[in-house]
Design a protein around this ligand. Structure first.
Ligand SMILES: [Zn+2]
Length: 337
């Protein structure tokens, strides 16, 4: 997307066609920079207050649920933020036991449930149907304070370095639960976008600076359309604000749509500045963008929605047969004294 944004800056494509690719290259780098910084650097510097280390030889989701519940109550009692590190359960050099954490604010519960054994990429490595006992270990623990879940209500711990939960006291007495607290903070701010623009200006000139700043800002603003949000106004605020909740960053359609429209914009902008010019500017450009970029995306969205509706209808029709599987889930509740 960064390259697409950079290609919209007047002169960036012209300079590339004349042999100076800096504006386009820096735009592309700036578009990737916020997430690269977060996932490659920031996550490794994140600190924690509570460390939950499940025993690989004694699978017990109750310990995990109880540990999180204790941390939530401690956050509420002390009125200060608490960060909980959830360690991955390593079974072999390249095998992890995945587990899932879920909050149920209405019932004031935190639930921990063991999932499949996964490889380093998080993919299940055994066929669930081939396992003799289908029982999935699950436990829940009561939380004696109200919880506000800021983003997803579920977190799967399956990776190499586990996961981090942030617990923040909020003014109304509740505890806000946030996932990936190192993500989408200062790196996803307009201040950072301007800084990247200034650096790019020094390296590649004014057009490169504008292209990089816009690409970086576009990344943060696009992320803000999702659920997790971002901290657009750092350093005036240090908290990640909730997003507009228009789409999920992990969903197939928004990602495909963004890539497709970006390619359409790049293709059209290259055409606008080529000689002879295959695309006109103004209304002809808009028509070409709608026909080549927006229309296929709308068609794909409609097609996927129909598939989802059909699949939901099929599941509803076959629901009575699922009851046996549900009975096999073992659950126990821990009541704290
Ligand atoms: Zn991002």
């Amino acid at each position: 997307m960064g390259v697409a944004i950079a290609s919209c800056v007047p002169g960036a494509v012209q300079q590339a066609l004349q042999g100076n690719g800096w504006p386009i290259v820096l735009g592309g780098v700036a578009g990737l920079l916020p997430d690269t910084l977060d996932f490659r650097i920031n996550r490794h510097f994140a600190t924690h207050d509570v460390d939950i280390i499940p025993d690989p030889l004694k699978p017990d989701p109750a310990i995990i649920a109880l540990g999180i519940s204790w941390a939530v109550e401690r956050c509420a009692a002390m009125r200060r933020s608490v960060r909980v590190r959830l360690r991955a359960i390593r079974l072999a050099s390249d095998r992890w036991q995945s587990y899932l954490i879920r909050f149920d604010p209405a019932k004031r519960k935190v639930i921990a449930e063991y999932g499949p054994v996964v490889d380093p990429g998080g993919n299940p490595v055994w066929n669930e149907a081939a396992v003799p006992c289908k029982t999935r270990l699950r436990a829940d623990a009561k939380v004696r304070v109200d919880v506000k879940v800021e983003y997803e209500a579920e977190l799967t711990v399956a990776g190499f370095d586990g996961a981090l939960l942030s617990l923040e006291p909020v003014a109304d007495g509740r505890v806000a639960v946030g996932f990936l607290p190192w993500h989408r903070k200062w790196s996803h701010s307009l201040f950072f976008a301007v800084s990247v623009g200034l650096f790019s200006w020094l390296v590649g000139g004014g057009i490169a600076g504008v292209a990089a700043a816009l690409a970086c800002a576009a990344h943060a603003l696009t992320d803000h359309a999702g659920f997790m949000g971002s901290n657009l106004f750092f350093p005036f605020t240090f908290r990640r604000a909730e997003g507009f909740k228009l789409l999920h960053s992990s969903d197939f359609f928004p990602n495909v749509a963004a890539v497709w429209i970006s390619w359409a914009v790049i293709f059209l902008n290259l055409g606008v500045y080529s000689q002879p010019r295959p695309f006109a500017t103004g209304m002809a450009y808009c028509r070409a963008l709608i026909a080549g970029g927006v229309a296929p995306v709308v068609f794909l969205g409609y097609f996927l929605k129909r598939i989802k509706q059909n699949s939901t209808a099929r599941k509803r029709r076959s629901r009575p047969n699922d009851s046996k599987g549900m009975e096999q889930i073992r659950s126990k509740t821990i009541h704290q004294s």
